[in-house]
Design a protein around this ligand. Structure first.
Ligand SMILES: [Zn+2]
Length: 989
């Protein structure tokens, strides 16, 4: 059955198993032309695996086999996206057991295909099954006495999701074999399974990534097969793991940055499965990892998750034993981070199961023990695992349904009898808060708005301020913890979940012994800090007048003219607190408009009361500077109506633009609009370094943000062609993280000349570390490990920045009425310099090794090396924001920042975003005491002026996983505002 039409063009002719046209060779070769035979693909040269995936099973001959579609046995080579679509649409036309649909589209335009496979009788009542399933997912919908009947009569639901990492290919090929078996097999075990289970199967969760790896494998295939694992190229950069923007979608389930994720949310909310399979691959030298999971375990996960994972693994292990295959559980892949596919399934009440099959990328390989594993065997492993899990689900379906219901019911009960609620201040709606809340809503989390002012008790803010009571105005957004999706609420929004003591002790021991951390992903992630929205946990019973929030209105940018006059406006302003103002500024400059940025708050005359104050960073466009605003040079006619260009930029970027009456400030304390507080911006011409040796995910994060979020034209500049590239075409160069030290150092003379002539060089993470090298002669930013013997100036600079402007002036001292003392840190240092006697230089006779201080250096180095073991694998830290820097526009006071890894940047120069002192540093996640000492006062964002240009250092990826929207703003500022604010462009004439 075909529910959503996906028929590719080549299926429009009638296709049967015997006459099925090969997708690869639609045309005959011309006669008389000596063409080479096409290169063989997949398993070959005697390494074929022809084993029967379902030995002894009977299959309906009327159903087209996947082998017929591929022209060779399923799993013996990589199936292309079009072949996968063709197979499923063919089966949907041939069998009443399957319907196929499309739950989204990738950036590159490929459909996100899914199939619903169940008995024809169930297919006939799918809507009723969905409705019953939905009631079981919301205990409020189930009347007392009704539960057992519903559990008995509703088939279990399984989610089988394959190859979310596109280059972990065997899953998608296995999906063809699994689906064919379920659709065609006439044996009682399959027909019975389909009576009891509805299978929602997503054969290819990352079609763009798969297309990348398939083309690479095909392009790299040769006449001879090579069994060497190292030759099994994972592909060229960018590999097939991520989606179009190279996002790891197995970390995206919480925030849903990728359209693929949002499509899956929507499909899965219709089905709420009890089994949630996520089929991956790992090193080809390895065997097969399956769940139960390793510790630590997130407390919001279902109580009996581990128990059930054990039951599934028992049967799965037996099935693998029958094949004689290796496998293991619990050695890695923990249950702490909630953004994985299977974690999402489990938090929704399913039993999440991860498969990690050793990978071959479509060709046979030899493992270290000498065993040759054909690609088809890897595919076979995924098939056996899937069918085993389905059988276990069927055998336990009522108990699993009961536990899933229990999980949701438990979530609805207030913890310790308290109505815990997360409250969000109704600010930054369009660009931050509502997109974040929409992601929650799209996952079935209920969001409300207070109907009146309410007081919450025991309140803690996202920046760690506690207060016994706090009042929240009507309109505040609220998410209750006690709701059917409470497990998601808790795991996404809890500020500081703590890893259990036993796991922590084990982790500490490993690090002490110099072993690698066992933590598999970041240890802190709460969404309100990622988005930097003001959030509070408190106790509060929502009033009856609280209204459910139904989602974002579509945003339409427009020009608002409230002047009540028809003469042309003096100009236009845009609120800089709205992150979209950056997109507007970029687009407006691209359209040729002249844009200024306010360096302090101002009050333009909009012709309305009360007067509105626009924050620093807001934009101003003046009529007299813009084309068409005044007669152009030499009295030539204006080429464009600037008012229309402003409206166009507003509508394309979703911002509200306000028309201004005149240049005089509406508030006489504030700046008039023609003066020096409005700095001229320069159009950014942006190059983003790409290709090897950059980190694909870090590159992808920056690319997606600049291209999709800010809608800026960006040149992707291949790192390998950086030498020899004429950088004068650009005034912004962004270098994402990666192994770029050698490149940046060898290119430094050219880069430095470009920066000096007005360029803005933005270096992120490892790129920033590479530039924090004293030998480059680039100012004050250093790696902490390089300045261990002289840390004091950095601490002093941090203190000075914190104290600046806060101390009371002693006027008697200022005017010299009393003897001078040194009240400040800077003064103290001066005092010491003046009073301490110079230490005598060691005499030239001493060998360097006998220098009395020689041991100190090595001791410091050793201690630091040890301390580096304890640096966070991924935590959220408190950073202090210099609100006088243009780089921090759009942030307030303090900013949660992500941190991972051992490198720490220090600077005694300009540090717009600085890590807090050690005792205030940790906001969430595991940060050992040694790490807090190393991290305190570190530069998270630093800037160095150089000639007419500047270098901007980000210690970490500001656009991490696409969901760190608070810190992403800093990168947006650097890119869009940098050429005008921190660098000097030659002025035209
Ligand atoms: Zn994977």
């Amino acid at each position: 059955m075909l529910c959503t039409l996906l028929l590719p063009f080549f299926l429009s002719a009638s296709a049967s198993a015997s006459t099925f046209p090969s997708v690869r060779t639609p045309l005959q070769a011309p006669s008389g032309v000596q063409a080479p035979a096409p290169l063989p693909r997949g398993d070959r040269e005697g390494f074929e695996d022809r084993s029967d995936f379902s030995p002894g099973a009977q299959h309906d001959p009327a159903i087209t086999t996947p082998d017929a579609i591929l022209g060779q046995p399923v799993g013996s080579r990589l199936a292309r996206h079009e072949e996968i679509v063709l197979a499923f649409t063919t089966w949907a036309a041939e069998s009443p057991r399957i319907v196929v649909g499309n739950h989204g589209q990738t950036y590159e335009g490929r459909e996100l295909l899914h199939a619903i496979i169940t008995s024809p009788a169930n297919q006939a009542r799918l809507a009723a099954i969905q409705a019953d399933n939905a009631r079981l997912a919301d205990p409020r919908q189930v009347r007392s006495g009704e539960l057992e009947g519903l559990i008995h009569s509703t088939p279990a639901v399984a989610w089988l999701g394959y190859s979310i990492h596109g280059d972990e290919t065997s899953g998608a090929d296995a999906a063809l074999a699994v689906a064919y078996h379920l659709v065609a097999c006439t044996d009682a075990d399959v027909t019975g399974l389909l009576e009891d289970v509805v299978i929602v199967l997503a054969p290819e969760m990352n079609p763009d990534g798969r297309a990348r790896i398939v083309s690479l494998v095909e392009q790299n295939s040769g006449q001879r097969v090579n069994l060497d694992y190292a030759s099994m190229a994972r592909g060229r950069w960018p590999f097939g793991r991520g989606n179009h923007y190279l996002f790891d979608m197995n970390r995206d389930w919480m925030a849903g940055v990728a359209p693929e994720t949002r499509g899956r949310w929507s499909l899965l909310r219709q089905w709420t499965p009890q089994l949630f399979v996520d089929a991956h691959e790992m090193s080809g030298l390895d065997t097969f990892l399956m769940y139960p999971q390793a510790p630590p375990r997130h407390p919001a996960l279902p109580k009996r998750l581990l128990y059930w994972q054990g039951i599934f693994a028992d049967a799965h292990g037996e099935a693998f034993d029958r094949m004689g295959w290796g496998y293991y559980t619990r050695e890695w892949a923990d249950a702490w981070y909630p953004g994985y596919s299977d974690a999402w399934g489990s938090l929704n009440g399913a039993i999440g199961m991860l498969y990690e099959q050793g990978r071959n990328a479509g060709q046979p390989i030899q493992r270290e023990g000498g065993e040759v594993v054909p690609y088809r065997e890897a595919v076979h492993g995924q098939v056996v695992a899937s069918l085993s899990n389905l059988a276990t689900l069927r055998a336990n379906r009522e108990a699993l349904r009961r536990d899933a219901f229990e999980h949701r019911l438990t979530q609805m009960q207030p913890a310790e009898g308290k109505d815990r609620v997360i409250l969000f201040e109704a600010t930054r709606l369009g660009s931050r808060l509502e997109p974040m809340l929409q992601a929650l809503l799209d996952q079935g989390i209920e969001v409300a708005r207070l109907g009146q002012d309410q007081v919450a008790k025991d309140v803690v803010s996202s920046l760690g301020e506690a207060s016994p009571e706090r009042s929240f105005p009507a309109g505040t957004y609220a998410v209750r913890l006690a709701q059917p999706q409470g497990a998601l609420v808790r795991s996404y929004l809890e500020f500081d979940p703590r890893i259990d003591a036993e796991t922590l002790a084990d982790e500490r021991g490993r690090l002490e012994r110099g072993e690698a951390s066992r933590l598999y992903d970041v240890t802190a992630w709460d969404l309100s800090r990622q988005f930097d929205v003001a959030a509070y946990w408190g106790t509060l019973a929502l009033g009856d007048d609280a209204k459910p929030w139904l989602g974002m209105e579509p945003t339409r940018g427009s020009v608002l003219d409230r002047r009540g006059r028809t003469d042309p406006p003096y100009g236009y302003v845009v609120d800089g607190a709205d992150d979209r103002s950056l997109a507007f500024a970029g687009r407006a400059m691209e359209l040729g408009l002249v844009v200024h940025l306010a360096d302090e708050p101002f009050a333009p005359d909009l012709g309305v009361e009360p007067r509105e104050v626009f924050p620093r960073g807001s934009l101003l466009l003046r009529r007299h500077e813009n084309p068409g605003g005044e007669a152009a040079l030499g009295g030539a006619p204006a080429t464009a109506d600037w008012n229309q260009l402003v409206a166009q930029a507003a509508s394309e970027t979703g911002v509200q633009v306000h028309a201004v009456r005149g240049g005089r400030a509406a508030d006489l304390e504030r700046a008039d609009l023609g003066g020096g507080h409005f700095v001229l911006l320069a159009r950014p011409k942006i190059a983003l370094l790409s290709g090897p040796p950059l980190s694909q995910t870090d590159f992808g994060d920056a690319w997606q943000y600049l291209d999709e979020v800010l809608r800026l034209p960006v040149s992707l500049l291949a790192a390998e062609s950086l030498p020899g590239t004429d950088l004068r075409r650009y005034n912004v160069l962004v270098v994402p993280s990666g192994d770029v030290g050698t490149l940046l150092h060898s290119e430094w003379p050219a880069l430095q000349a470009w920066v000096r002539s007005g360029g803005t060089l933005i270096a992120i993470d490892a790129a920033a570390q590479a530039l924090a090298d004293g030998e480059l002669g680039l100012g004050d930013v250093r790696l902490r490990r390089d300045v261990l013997e002289d840390l004091e100036p950095y601490g002093e600079a941090a203190r000075r920045q914190r104290e600046a402007g806060t101390q009371e002036l002693d006027l008697a001292q200022v005017w010299g009425d009393v003897p001078a003392t040194a009240p400040t840190a800077a003064g103290e240092a001066l005092d010491q310099e003046a009073t301490e006697p110079e230490v005598e230089e060691a005499s030239d006779d001493d060998a360097a090794s006998e220098h009395p201080l020689a041991h100190l250096d090595s001791d410091l180095q050793r201690a630091d090396r040890l301390a580096r073991r304890f640096m966070p694998v991924g935590a959220i830290l408190r950073a202090e924001v210099d609100d006088r820097s243009w780089l921090t526009i759009g942030t307030n006071g303090e900013l949660p920042v992500p941190y991972a890894g051992s490198a720490v940047l220090l600077s005694s120069g300009e540090v717009p975003v600085r890590l807090a002192a050690r005792d205030r540093l940790r906001l969430g996640g595991l940060v050992w005491p040694e790490a807090r000492v190393r991290l305190e006062n570190g530069a998270w964002l630093a800037r160095e002026g150089l000639g007419y240009g500047q270098v901007i250092f980000f210690a970490q990826d500001p656009t991490y996983r696409g969901s760190w929207r608070g810190t992403a703003r800093l990168l947006g500022n650097a890119v869009v505002l940098g050429p005008g604010m921190g660098a000097h462009q030659p002025s035209g004439w």
